[in-house]
Design a protein. Structure first.
Length: 718
């Protein structure tokens, strides 16, 4: 059965369409069909068709074609490009051209021309809009001759993932996390830290003899972008001509299953060491298994989930060995691209009895919880779910819908149930429950108490059953109703008292959560950033040891001072002391102090401008929060942006004081930032605390600008 899932490979303003077959891996197998090509041809024809110019016109640089506006592309802008063919994949209908200014996707030539890498060609036709950017849609191609391929630009996988090199012939490094053969292509996952992309190799004879899995490789190919059928970007792609362009530079010292077994606790103890390294070897007992969806196993120290589950048919209570790559994402521990070996039956871990309001939960975890059913949801994608309440803490349960069609009747709303399952974080949407429980089957639910009926239903049943009784029986019934009313009133009063106590407990829990969030924010923005600053000083001292040894003592002195400041901050948190506020007149000196420990190279690319009158208008709280926001943005520029120039300014702006941190670095897509990103969340929270407007403007390859506008106090307005 063909699953119509569209993939658009957009290699720097190019689009090619292929399809995916259901009997293959959903992330790898992509085969072109005439159906996809025909749809794209119809789309181009519907847009107006190609109106080629018969007269010669100047050759354009590819960069100029990529810069055409949407309005120009709608008119089928005539273009003429001369470049070198860098990659051709006939199965996927892919052709790429590149000159010294950039690369672009060539959709088709009229009449068709058989091209090969290294061909120097002259294209004359029209440009059209692709999903990612312009492409050469239709025109004539003239073969000029043969030449060398453009040199591959050496970049990191992080730059590939930023989209800054899409369409270019590049060289990058990473670890091969997955290898699969599909038809005439070899598909691989390449990872470096948290950055990942796909590799497509068109020619790979004898790849079985080359141990690629778990090896660090150097890859040469053309960078591209992957889109799903909704036109949303789902990842990045590198098209490789042949397997010889995948050079193995490091192999694991031993097979993953022969390496020492590590525990779940050890996996989390030093997560930074696990990133971009080889597979880890673990052993545990399965506590949950949904084939190809979710698998969780547990050892004596904790639980680990396997991304997208495993294909093997394993049951809860089965002991397994796992070799996989550690996923250093925010949240519970997880392995990706894991391989599983079944050892045999084992004793299933006993579920831990917990209260969801507890702060001691370690997720994912096999637990047992009591709750009251609120409502059931209709089946979605073969699974059913319900909302439950545990002493005021809402959570969801989810289980396979097969074999449980009448579960809502067995456990109706209002019923009290005992639930056994794997507890995980809930959805990240605002207002969603904090926790979700994944159940193996309906047997993980046990009815403890059916929904209670009101006294009116009971009295109706008694009166209906006593209509034929004598007056004496009726009098006795009336007396029974009176006693029942009093009993109900007593129950209602007790329930109201319990609800008041529950409200008090909930209020205390909210205060505790607020305190925890405040401490987490201060730790991230002060202590963790200070430790990062110490690391910069030490790294600078290491570089100076080779170039200017006489400056090493001063740099180490700065590192020691920063480390002493960290110790003072930690002691303040332990003693409960509030951090010292910052006066507006001290803001410029405080911002400059951030750079003192960042190294000479970092200091030279920063520019700090603080208007003294604007700074004096700030209250102590405003100055302190602006400093924390600016420091977070400056460290983000150092760690992630790789910018050549970063400007920090505090200036008056009408009735407000404006902080702006701008760099010309790699940039990013704000709408694709994880909801768990603590740095960005803390900056926005601090801006709200002082009633300021907070805005982040960024785009991959175009730098980042953070803007905060603080309203001036009434006495400071002019």
């Amino acid at each position: 059965q063909l699953q119509h899932d569209w993939w658009f490979f957009d290699s720097r303003r190019h689009t090619a369409m292929t399809s995916r077959f259901q009997n293959l891996s959903p992330d790898f197998k992509m085969r072109p069909t005439l159906w996809h090509v025909s749809l794209l041809v119809l789309a181009l024809m519907f847009g107006g068709g190609a109106q080629l110019l018969s007269a010669d016109f100047p050759v354009m640089r590819i960069r100029d074609v990529l810069a055409l506006s949407p309005a120009e592309l709608q008119t089928n802008a005539p273009v003429r490009v001369r470049g070198v063919v860098t990659c051709v994949d006939r199965d996927y209908q892919l052709q790429f051209l590149q000159d010294d200014s950039g690369g672009i996707f060539l959709y088709r030539a009229t009449p068709p021309v058989e091209l090969a890498p290294g061909d120097l060609v002259d294209f004359k036709g029209v440009a059209a809009t692709g999903l990612f950017a312009p492409m050469l849609a239709s025109g004539s191609v003239t073969l000029i001759g043969k030449t060398n391929l453009p040199p591959a630009r050496t970049i990191t996988l992080a730059i590939v993932a930023s989209g800054a090199a899409v369409g270019e012939r590049i060289m990058t490094e990473g670890v091969i996390e997955r290898v699969e053969r599909h038809g005439d292509h070899l598909w691989m996952h390449l990872a470096d830290g948290n950055e990942r992309c796909h590799l497509s190799v068109a020619s790979f004879d004898g790849h079985e003899k080359i141990p690629l899995l778990d090896s660090r490789v150097r890859v040469t190919g053309v960078a591209g972008v992957v889109f799903n059928k909704q036109g949303q970007m789902t990842g990045f792609q590198i098209f490789v001509r042949r397997l010889s362009e995948v050079e193995v530079i490091e192999r694991p010292q031993t097979d993953a299953f022969a390496a020492p077994i590590i525990s779940a606790a050890e996996l989390l103890r030093y997560p930074g060491r696990r990133v971009a390294q080889h597979r880890v070897h673990m052993r545990g007992v399965v506590t949950l298994h949904w084939t190809n969806r979710e698998t969780v196993f547990q050892d004596v120290t904790g639980s680990v989930s396997i991304d997208k589950g495993v294909r093997a048919d394993v049951r809860p209570g089965t002991e397994i060995e796992v070799a996989g790559f550690f996923s250093n994402r925010i949240g519970p521990p997880q392995l990706r691209n894991a391989e599983v070996r079944i050892i045999g039956p084992a004793i299933e871990p006993s579920p831990l009895i917990v209260a969801l309001a507890s702060d001691e939960l370690k997720l994912p975890q096999l637990v047992r919880v009591m709750g009251r059913v609120i409502a059931w949801q209709p089946p979605v994608d073969g699974f059913i779910s319900a909302m439950l309440d545990d002493a005021g803490e809402l959570f969801t349960v989810k289980l396979p819908g097969r074999g449980a069609p009448r579960i809502a009747e067995t456990f109706p709303p209002g019923a009290t149930v005992k639930v056994v399952g794997v507890l995980k974080p809930g959805a990240v949407e605002s207002g969603s429950p904090r926790f979700a429980m994944l159940l193996r089957s309906q047997s993980d639910l046990m009815l403890l108490r059916a929904p209670s009926k009101s006294w009116r239903h009971q009295s109706f049943a008694l009166v209906a059953g006593g209509t034929g009784l004598a007056l004496m029986v009726a009098a006795a019934m009336f007396a029974l109703l009176l006693r029942q009313r009093r009993a109900v009133a007593a129950v209602v009063e007790a329930q109201q008292s319990a609800e008041r106590r529950l409200e008090d407990v909930s209020r205390q829990l909210r205060h505790s959560r607020q305190d925890r969030e405040r401490i987490t924010q201060e730790l991230h923005d002060n202590i963790i950033q200070s430790i990062f600053s110490v690391g910069l000083s030490v790294d600078e001292a290491r570089r100076l040891a080779e170039t200017a040894p006489d400056k090493v003592p001063s740099r180490l002195g700065v590192a020691v001072e920063s480390l002493n400041a960290v110790i003072r901050d930690v002691r303040s948190f332990i003693s409960g002391a509030e951090p010292k506020g910052l006066d507006g007149s001290e803001l410029k000196a405080a911002l400059k102090s951030v750079l003192l420990s960042s190294g000479i190279d970092e200091q030279e690319r920063f520019s700090i401008e603080v208007d003294s009158s604007a700074a004096r208008d700030l209250t102590s709280l405003q100055a302190t929060e602006l400093f924390n926001i600016a420091r977070e943005a400056m460290y983000n520029s150092i760690r992630h942006a790789h910018a050549h120039r970063t400007t920090v300014s505090v200036v008056p702006n009408g009735a407000s004081t404006q902080l702006e941190v701008r760099d010309d670095g790699a940039g990013f897509s704000p709408d694709q930032v994880s909801a768990g990103s603590m740095g960005l969340r803390n900056m926005e929270s601090r801006a709200k605390r002082i009633g300021a407007m907070f805005e982040i403007q960024s785009h991959p390859g175009r730098g980042t600008r953070v803007t905060v506008k603080v309203p001036k106090p009434a006495h400071a307005s002019h």
